[in-house]
Design a protein around this ligand. Structure first.
Ligand SMILES: [Zn+2]
Ligand SMILES: [Zn+2]
Length: 181
């Protein structure tokens, strides 16, 4: 009989591999990490069929192709992300979703500007300001401006309190300053 854990035993490895064709299953049986199995398989020169066992899930294949099996450079596998990391990850996701959302909403905004409700909002905002620019007092070329941009909060699109009257010049200036509005 040999001493030491079974996964270090060549005979055990050979027979288990013949049975399971899967070092993950073997790792489960031996109660060790798949890469430990892999290491000992390699040590004993046991052929692993290029790890193409039918039992491999897509995830396993990916792990193998990325070499996670042999090395674990990040040490992340099986470890939970810290709350901080998770928060950052979710922020990143939100950020990229936001970009998509903005891309998709532009067409929606264009449509919105043509609706009766929008035209009414515009008129009301300008009327409330007495038809003059709330910045310079001009009464020429008055437009309705969204204080909170449609891109930032579409739900405030028709909110009278979110509108202000600006002449075309002041309006342009404001948008240049706010850049993304
Ligand atoms: Zn505006
Ligand atoms: Zn003005």
């Amino acid at each position: 009989m040999t001493t030491g854990p079974m996964h270090q035993n060549k005979k055990w490895l050979e027979s288990q591999y013949a049975k399971t064709k899967n070092i993950y299953t073997m790792a489960d049986i031996a109660g060790c990490h798949p890469r430990t199995i892999h290491k000992w398989m390699a040590k004993h020169n046991i052929k692993m069929n290029g790890m193409k066992g039918r039992k491999h899930t897509e995830e396993t294949k990916e792990k193998i192709s990325k070499g996670v099996l042999a090395t674990n450079p990040t040490g992340m596998a099986g470890r939970k992300h810290s709350p901080e990391t998770r928060k950052n990850m979710s922020l990143n996701r939100k950020g990229s979703m936001n970009k998509n959302w903005k891309g998709g909403i532009t067409a929606g905004i264009r449509k919105l500007r043509k609706t009766k409700e929008y035209v009414r909002w515009r008129k009301e905002v300008i009327n409330n300001a007495g038809g003059t620019c709330e910045n310079c007092g001009s009464d020429k070329n008055i437009e309705a401006h969204h204080i909170i941009s449609l891109h930032k909060d579409i739900s405030k699109a028709l909110d009278i309190n979110n509108g202000m009257a600006l002449c075309i010049a002041c309006h342009k200036k404001r948008h240049r300053r706010e850049r993304d509005v």
